[in-house]
Design a protein around this ligand. Structure first.
Ligand SMILES: *Cc1c(COP(=O)(O)O)cnc(C)c1O
Ligand SMILES: [Zn+2]
Length: 397
């Protein structure tokens, strides 16, 4: 496979970024690809698409990455304003889609004989890289911002990586880390991570193509929360490979959603710019997607435009309303960053951008089980002797 820059067209033999600053992607000739035998699911996971991957994931925790459920959730249709499916990425080993990229990225490092892998993150990516490294002989270095509260690192620390706080510009650290000696950094949009994370889109399309989702041959739209742009550009890459393979006539529209408090990609979309500019981040409940300087922002923007989609932003109130709807109407507990998808879908439907009969897949990127619950409950106490009467009055309304 060759590394290609889709910004300027140059190719490279190694590295993560092109001389022009664009992210490098691992190009694969997909023309001979066809759907593997059997149905996608947890027993094959990311490895199912090995023909389109630069390396096969290792046994162990990596084999549990991907193969997540795609479920039709009619109970969300009214809130969403369209026919709603959820791609439930909380089923990954560390509760987010980041495990797809870690499975491929860590395998590439180990197979190349690297002793160390690393990442710049204090959230889901750090947890995921640390877990996948723990499943191999590789050591793991996690670089976090200096001002991070120690309690935020608990999930990462369980896997016993080397954690270093770095004082200085955290945005700059993303790029500088790629040049550090002796450690292969698997940051949010590095080539192997993008290769692994395209499998989200491959699974969605395969499930539709195999009729697992009813009569629709492909979704009309796929909706993702976007931060660095790594997952969104991976989805675009996967869809293009399926088209090259003759397995997809028309690409689903990619709709990307940001939190209004930190929305550099949506801002560029709104004013019709081709390049994403750095913004200043404000606090948002969707802390996992608050990247003011997205390294693949421009790629994500291109993905939305090229597929006929859009980039929108949603307020914290809209995000929390969507999170409640997912739990109360459908039984799904997602983190606020993931609830942005449903909030975005609702907004796009209200604007007439999505139609009531559109088949729309919202990617629930990460679990809500890692946070303290937002709801509180103070149930009343009933004497056992009175319980029969109490329940009778409840069920009789
Ligand atoms: C990382 C992350 C995202 C954003 O993905 P990018 O590839 O950085 O755009 C969205 N949701 C969750 C839960 C995440 O952990
Ligand atoms: Zn370039």
């Amino acid at each position: 496979m060759t590394l290609t820059c889709y910004r300027c067209g140059r190719t490279a033999n190694e590295g993560a970024r092109c001389d022009c600053g664009g992210p490098l992607w691992l190009d694969v000739d997909a023309t001979d690809f066809s759907w593997p035998d059997g149905a996608p699911g947890p027993t094959t996971g990311v490895r199912r698409y090995a023909d389109l991957l630069p390396v096969e994931p290792l046994p162990g925790v990596a084999a549990a990455a991907g193969g997540t459920p795609l479920v039709r959730v009619p109970r969300l249709d009214e809130f969403a304003g369209c026919r709603c499916w959820l791609k439930d990425e909380s089923e990954n080993p560390t509760g987010s889609f980041k495990d797809r990229g870690s499975a491929v990225g860590v395998a590439a490092a180990v197979r190349a004989g690297d002793d160390w892998v690393g990442t710049v993150s204090h959230g889901n990516m750090a947890t995921s890289v640390a877990a996948h490294a723990a499943g191999t002989d590789a050591d793991c270095l996690v670089l976090v911002p200096d001002d991070i509260p120690p309690e935020r690192l608990g999930y990462v620390a369980q896997y016993d990586p080397e954690i270093v706080r770095v004082a200085g510009d955290y945005g700059r650290l993303y790029y500088d880390s790629l040049d550090l000696p002796g450690v292969r950094f698997l940051n949010s949009d590095t080539p192997h991570r993008v290769a692994g994370q395209k499998t989200t889109a491959l699974e969605i399309c395969e499930a539709f193509a195999r009729d697992l989702s009813g009569e629709d041959e492909a979704p009309d739209a796929v909706v993702l929360p976007v931060s660095s742009g790594g997952h969104a550009s991976a989805a675009w890459k996967g869809l293009r490979e399926l088209r090259a393979a003759g397995l997809l006539d028309e690409l689903p529209r990619l709709y990307l959603v940001q939190a209004a408090a930190c929305d550099p990609i949506a801002a560029a979309y709104r004013v019709g710019d081709d390049e994403v500019e750095t913004t200043t981040a404000k606090e948002t409940v969707a802390y996992s997607i608050a990247n003011p300087d997205p390294p693949s922002g421009t790629r994500a923007l291109a993905a939305a435009r090229a597929t006929g989609g859009a980039v929108v932003s949603v307020s914290d109130d809209e995000i929390l309303a969507a999170k409640r709807a997912l739990a109360r109407r459908a039984g799904f507990c997602v983190e606020p960053a993931s609830a942005t998808t449903l909030a975005g879908v609702r907004q796009l439907s209200a604007a007439g951008e999505l139609a009531a009969d559109d088949a729309v897949v919202a990617v629930a990127t990460g679990t809500g089980f890692r946070e303290s619950p937002t709801a509180t409950a103070r149930p009343e106490t009933v004497e056992l002797a009175d319980l029969d009467g109490h329940v009778r009055s409840l069920v009789d309304g």
